[in-house]
Design a protein around this ligand. Structure first.
Ligand code: SF4
Length: 432
């Protein structure tokens, strides 16, 4: 238990800078060096206490330690020499830094993309087509009596989501766990499905068929097949009844839906299902966003360029066509001659062929921590940890903006993401 009576400064309502749940009820105490954390889950605690672990502390060019000015000059040289530099990442930094990065990409005439293109990009494409009836997490906590997790495992990916927003809290109009029905739909049992009242196991790659069958049952009361996607039609009819008869339902969905067969059609069908339910009750749907400010990049990029991610400035104006302008498509086609990775780790997550190409082009990486991408960087610039060593804004998975707090100083000589980007932008403007 954190003591009130100590040399430690107490910071209440601290916002956790790890996942898209952005829990804002943490209590942190610090004497400027040591940090103590209350209320965070194991993932959040590890990030907040990571100040001394796995840090990049010196700028490097090809593995040789250099001073910051030299590293920035080299980064500027690479960016100005490139015909089509690719900027990628930006989901683990502040909105203020994202704004400068977009300006830089526009000035240079590059392409800017965030981690959405490999997580909830398909959700965004579906939203373009059919819109999204959604709510804030506060409304869900206060009202939801039916919560469906589809293709996601919050117990592992967003460990406090269930206790803060969706399953266990007592809301103004909803009871706690006792008053809520919890349904998990997934291809295998998970830690989250163990907590569910109903677990529906679908065959891998058949979410679209199951969603479509649910729509048919809701709209006609019938299902001509005995089984759909490995699920008994009777079980689907029971779920359809639960959905129609709840007072306020919500579907949270994850990458099990966005990156399985069907891709963005799965999301489009899930959103259409929610719209069908509007004839009977109140229902919503929300993507479980992973990185703490991936939603923020989509917001900032949309208000700056008109598009949420994968924006190409090479024509002199913003051009958006995922499948052509997203990072993996560009790397796959060998259509970039320099890459700037900012607070992301594509070498750990992209297909091998695209990572192999990343190794062939000049690669600039800005990150507080060592990562697989940092290890293959030509220019590596360490940065301060946003939400721990610098303050800034971030958007929660329900697009509610929250203010990240600074609790300790960064190591000597280490600048914030925003300051590093501004220094690069200033030099680019001078040289242009
Ligand atoms: S659930 Fe996410 S935001 Fe909340 S404490 Fe854990 S890592 Fe942080």
């Amino acid at each position: 238990m954190i003591s009130e009576m100590s040399r430690f400064r107490r910071i209440p309502n601290y916002v956790c800078p790890f996942c898209g749940a952005l829990c804002d009820d943490l209590v942190v105490e610090t004497d400027g060096k040591e940090i103590r954390v209350e209320n965070a889950c194991v993932l959040g605690t590890a990030k907040i206490l990571a100040k001394h672990h796995n840090r990049v502390l010196k700028p490097q060019i090809n593995g040789r330690e250099v001073d910051l000015d030299e590293a920035i000059d080299k980064a500027v040289e690479i960016l100005l020499k490139a015909k089509k530099p690719l900027f990628y990442g930006f989901s683990s930094t502040t909105c203020e830094a994202q704004e400068v990065a977009i300006e830089l990409a526009e000035k240079i005439g590059g392409v800017i993309d965030c981690t959405s293109s490999v997580c909830h990009g398909p959700s965004i494409l579906a939203i373009h087509e059919v819109g999204i009836p959604s709510y804030t997490l506060g409304e869900i906590k206060n009202r939801a009596d039916l919560v469906i997790f589809w293709g996601c495992n919050p117990m592992h990916a967003h460990p406090r989501h269930m206790s803060r927003y969706s399953v266990f809290p007592r809301g103004r109009f909803s009871q706690s766990r006792i008053g809520r029905k919890i349904v998990v739909v997934d291809v295998r049992p998970t830690e989250s499905s163990k907590l569910a009242d109903v677990f529906i196991r679908v065959e891998p790659g058949s979410d679209y068929e199951v969603l479509n069958a649910l729509r048919t049952i809701i709209n006609t009361g019938e299902c001509r097949l005995k089984k759909v996607g490995g699920v008994d039609a009777e079980k689907l009819k029971e779920l359809a009844e639960m959905m129609k008869n709840c007072k306020f339902g919500i579907i949270f969905f994850g990458m099990g839906l966005t990156h399985s067969r069907g891709n963005y059609w799965n999301i489009s069908e899930a959103i259409s299902l929610v719209k069908d339910l509007y004839r009977f009750t109140k229902f919503g749907i929300m993507p479980m966003r992973g990185h703490y400010n991936v939603s923020g990049f989509n917001e900032v990029c949309t208000w700056e360029t008109g598009f949420p991610f994968a924006v190409d400035f090479t024509k002199g104006y913003p051009w958006y066509n995922p499948g052509e302008t997203d990072s993996n498509s560009i790397l796959d086609k060998r259509d970039t001659d320099a890459m700037f990775v900012f607070g992301g780790d594509p070498a750990a997550h992209f297909p091998k062929a695209t990572v192999d190409y990343m190794k062939k082009v000049p690669l600039i990486v800005v990150d507080p921590f060592w990562s697989l991408t940092a290890k293959i960087a030509d220019v590596l610039i360490p940065s301060a940890i946003a939400g721990v060593e610098v303050e800034g804004s971030a958007y929660r998975m329900d697009s509610v903006p929250l203010r990240l707090k600074k609790i300790v100083d960064p190591p000597e000589g280490i600048l914030s993401d925003e300051e590093i980007l501004k220094r690069i932008l200033e030099k680019v403007e001078e040289k242009l």
